[in-house]
Write a protein that binds this ligand. Structure first.
Ligand code: RRO
Length: 309
């Protein structure tokens, strides 16, 4: 069974990635991911121009079937991640994630990438739900369009974007129509489901310190929303735009479902955080067993082939 996959010209030995933000902030975490045999590629924590501590703690909480977070973009600063993906002992393809605090910062970071030696994939995070006072750009269609227009006027390296979940079919039509105008390498869907809430009934309290307890929802409870977003975008985007399916993957079965909906790559967030890097090996093996039982040899045998009733 062959789990290899591609984004544009970048070949991955298997479809699995960490979700950005999970196990990819520090040098140690990145090295562990880089040396892990069961993930096909590595995504870095979304970077801002300068390092950030992020929001006050507690800012992550495990839920019965997922997680809620309001990390607030803790990261080591853009130069650290650019150096890591350019100079380190690279064992697998990398995706450099960036998230400036304004359009100007995003453009500045992209100029630096354009002018650097980096030849890997870049991903612009237009969907961080947790920075106080900063709306998610990807919910503002006109601003997203304008931003992409300015970016592709100078940016010539492979670039994808990280999208938030959409919940209305008209919104899928609108965002796809915009994205189809640009030579994007990929879209990564979904970021966490923004501004959920969890209540500790015993304490009669929220569980996160920042933002009065509001935070992004991930993990198993996000799977149906993630699958819908992968499917709806695959049905609307140009074939040249690949899809990274992110959201709710805890098993090989969930990864199989993402690929059926059209995912080229699948990333693992909450489950990776909760289980550790061993999740990659387990989920690899589970997916291989499902494919063997069905007589599939490669992901192309079933990618996007979800049947309607
Ligand atoms: O750091 C975060 O709070 C964070 C980010 Br940038 C993101 O894109 N998604 C998320 O769930 N948390």
């Amino acid at each position: 069974v062959d789990l290899s996959s591609k984004i544009q010209n970048t070949q991955f030995k298997n479809l699995f990635l960490n979700a950005s933000g999970i196990h990819c902030q520090s040098k140690k975490e990145l090295e562990e991911l880089m040396n892990d045999h069961y993930s096909g590629g590595l995504v870095t924590k979304s970077a801002t121009p300068n390092s950030r501590f992020g929001n006050p703690l507690p800012r992550y909480h495990s839920l019965p079937a997922g997680s809620i977070n309001s990390m607030g973009l803790p990261n080591e600063g853009f130069q650290f991640y650019l150096d890591y993906v350019t100079h380190s002992n690279i064992q697998k393809p990398t995706i450099l994630s960036i998230a400036g605090m304004s359009k100007e910062e995003d453009l500045e970071l992209l100029h630096q990438i354009q002018d650097s030696k980096y030849q890997g994939l870049t991903e612009l995070n237009l969907s961080c739900p947790n920075v106080i006072g900063k709306p998610q750009m990807a919910y503002d269609f006109a601003s997203s369009n304008q931003m992409l227009k300015e970016i592709f006027a100078f940016f010539k390296k492979p670039l994808g974007i990280k999208l938030p979940p959409y919940f209305d079919l008209v919104h899928f039509d609108k965002i796809a129509k915009i994205l189809n105008q640009y030579p994007l390498s990929h879209v990564n869907t979904i970021n966490s489901i923004g501004n959920g809430m969890w209540v500790d009934v015993e304490k009669e309290s929220v569980v996160l310190k920042p933002k009065g307890g509001f935070g992004g929802i991930g993990g198993a409870i996000a799977l149906p929303t993630a699958l819908a977003n992968v499917r709806a975008l695959r049905q609307r985007l140009n074939a040249s735009i690949n899809i990274i399916g992110t959201g709710g993957v805890t098993s090989g079965k969930d990864a199989f479902a993402h690929v059926l909906c059209g995912a080229n790559m699948v990333s693992i967030g909450t489950q990776l955080y909760e289980e550790g890097l061993g999740a990659f090996q387990r989920i690899n093996n589970e997916l291989i067993e499902i494919m063997k039982a069905k007589g599939y040899h490669s992901l192309d045998d079933f990618r996007g082939k979800l049947k309607e009733q």
